[in-house]
Design a protein. Structure first.
Length: 118
């Protein structure tokens, strides 16, 4: 599975961004998809995930609940992360991940940098 993340950038606090992750080399609907992030000097942490198929199940980290939204477009083999009301503490490299079984991630994208300035 190849994952290509994009959409990062430099924004002011309160702004929004939408990250995209395009998948190839797999049957996209068979994969659960997720987003993680890693801030400078910190460990990678879970952000959001969506189940395979129609994406009926979605889970979020407490720190982003109500501000971030994950979705998938199976016709485009792409998963999105809509990030609203961004805060400086959201600054990180964001990675997308794919799982062929449950939420056991076995493929990772290269990451896209999000910088939120106050």
């Amino acid at each position: 599975v190849q994952l290509q993340a994009s959409g990062g950038g430099l924004v002011l606090a309160g702004a929004y961004l939408r990250l995209s992750c395009a998948a190839s080399g797999t049957i996209f609907t068979a994969n659960s998809m997720g987003w993680y992030r890693q801030a400078p000097g910190k460990e990678r942490e879970f952000v959001a995930r969506v189940s395979d198929g129609g994406g009926r199940r979605k889970d979020y980290a407490d720190s982003v609940k109500g501000r971030f939204s994950i979705s998938r477009d199976n016709s485009q083999n792409t998963v999105y992360l809509q990030m609203n009301s961004l805060k400086p503490e959201d600054t990180a490299v964001y990675y997308c991940a794919a799982a062929r079984s449950g939420f056991r991630w076995d493929s990772w994208g290269q990451g896209t940098l999000v910088t939120v300035s106050s």
